[in-house]
Design a protein around this ligand. Structure first.
Ligand code: ATP
Ligand code: LTN
Length: 356
């Protein structure tokens, strides 16, 4: 049966319900703080949507959570990649995560392919995931488009690899933008089915999605989300001040003049949201500040704000990219730190399934 809109998977039940009679499992890792895990694809330079919807929260909340961040280069394989470009994008994305303020001592950053448990657990989870669940994934439908027959099997099962990423670290919270909500819901369904079938093995994760900034829209078309795959509407974190100025000057608005947070005026709503998130000012403060002023002044101030926010990030990014050997070393250390946790969880799952 086809499903519509957000109606999706079997509703996830509460944590901890397992079938009795299954073999007792080794204890999960004791935690002081909630565990946070998130991933980002090294498919191009990240954009302002990635920053406002995800990366800045990851950096801001490192002290509240026990966080782990992953550059998901296995996910990138779901669509064709140029190998040399992918290698370069992987390093540059890691540099950007450090540049926005993630401290690798507090929150390890690592490359997915350097911890083989991700691919191994994904296979096991594929075997407990129903085809019907995958058939309902919106992202597969939109990314495969008309080319369903030629899309890779990896693109189809990608949410299962994402579930493996999350479950390996006994993750409590998954901070992502709104577009990933359905994938976290799938991970929850997999946990429920696995724990039910094989006994309590995985922790049930929750999505952590902030309303504000969860969906920054494209500058050239505010009805579409800002996306790496649509460079015309994206403002990249490495854009020079002159490029930022040009992109904001050209950003779609409307034929009115006032600056207000009106969702029926999607262009100005999106720009005003960006202004609010970067300045920390409330909607009322912004509307008052720009009362009687026009788009020209608003766009000039917004440009200044973006340039001022990105300038220190770009400076740190350039420094990090100047020393690739040091960056690679940091990433290897990150992988070495997280690998024992990932392997312990994989072994727990293998034992539960009778293959270890
Ligand atoms: P693509 O659009 O090409 O699929 P992407 O820009 O969505 O790629 P990802 O690596 O898939 O980039 O996403 C990294 C993080 O950024 C995820 O948590 C995602 O939800 C978030 N994100 C992506 N686009 C936006 C956006 N426009 N607004 C807010 N958050 C976003
Ligand atoms: N699918 C996500 C990236 C991703 C992820 C994860 C996010 C892969 N594994 C685990 C959170 C947790 C995306 O395309 N944005």
């Amino acid at each position: 049966m086809a499903t519509k809109g957000n109606a999706t998977l079997e509703p996830a039940k509460t944590e901890g319900k397992t079938k009795s009679g299954a073999q007792a499992k080794p204890a999960k890792e004791p935690k002081q703080k909630p565990r946070v895990f998130s991933g980002i694809q090294p498919t191009s330079i990240p954009h302002l949507g990635n920053y406002l919807g995800a990366m800045r929260h990851w950096a801001a909340e490192q002290d509240h959570y026990d966080s782990i961040f992953c550059v998901v280069n296995l996910h990138a394989q779901t669509v064709p990649q140029d190998p040399a470009e992918l290698r370069q994008n992987t390093l540059s994305l890691a540099a950007m995560l450090l540049a926005v303020g993630i401290d690798p001592q507090r929150a390890p950053i690592f490359i997915q392919s350097q911890v083989s448990a991700h691919a191994e657990l994904a296979w096991l989870l594929n075997c407990v995931t129903s085809l019907g669940w995958l058939n309902r994934m919106h992202q597969f439908k939109s990314k495969a488009g008309e080319e369903r027959e030629s899309a890779s099997a990896g693109l189809y099962t990608y949410p299962v690899l994402m579930a493996a990423d999350i479950l390996l670290y006994d993750t409590d919270l998954v901070p992502v933008g709104d577009d990933q909500r359905q994938h976290v819901e799938l991970a929850r369904n997999i946990v429920e089915r696995f724990n039910d079938r094989f006994g309590e093995t995985f922790v049930l994760p929750n999505p952590l999605i902030r309303e504000e900034g969860a969906r920054i829209m494209a500058l050239d078309d505010p009805t579409r989300k800002m996306s790496k795959s649509e460079p015309n509407g994206a403002l990249f974190l490495t854009d020079a001040p002159s490029v930022i100025k040009k992109k904001i000057a050209r950003a779609t608005t409307d034929s009115e003049r006032t600056i207000e947070f009106n969702p029926n005026r999607p262009g100005i709503f999106n720009l005003a949201t960006i202004y609010s998130l970067l300045s920390g000012q409330s909607k009322a403060e912004i509307e008052e500040h720009f009362a009687g002023k026009g788009y020209k002044e608003f766009k000039a101030e917004l440009t200044e704000l973006i340039v001022a926010t990105l300038q220190p990030i770009q400076q740190r990014y350039a420094e990090l990219m100047n020393d690739p050997a040091q960056l690679e070393g940091l990433l290897r250390q990150g992988a070495d730190r997280v690998r024992p946790r990932a392997e312990a969880t994989l072994h727990r799952a293998q034992t539960a399934m009778g293959i270890r």
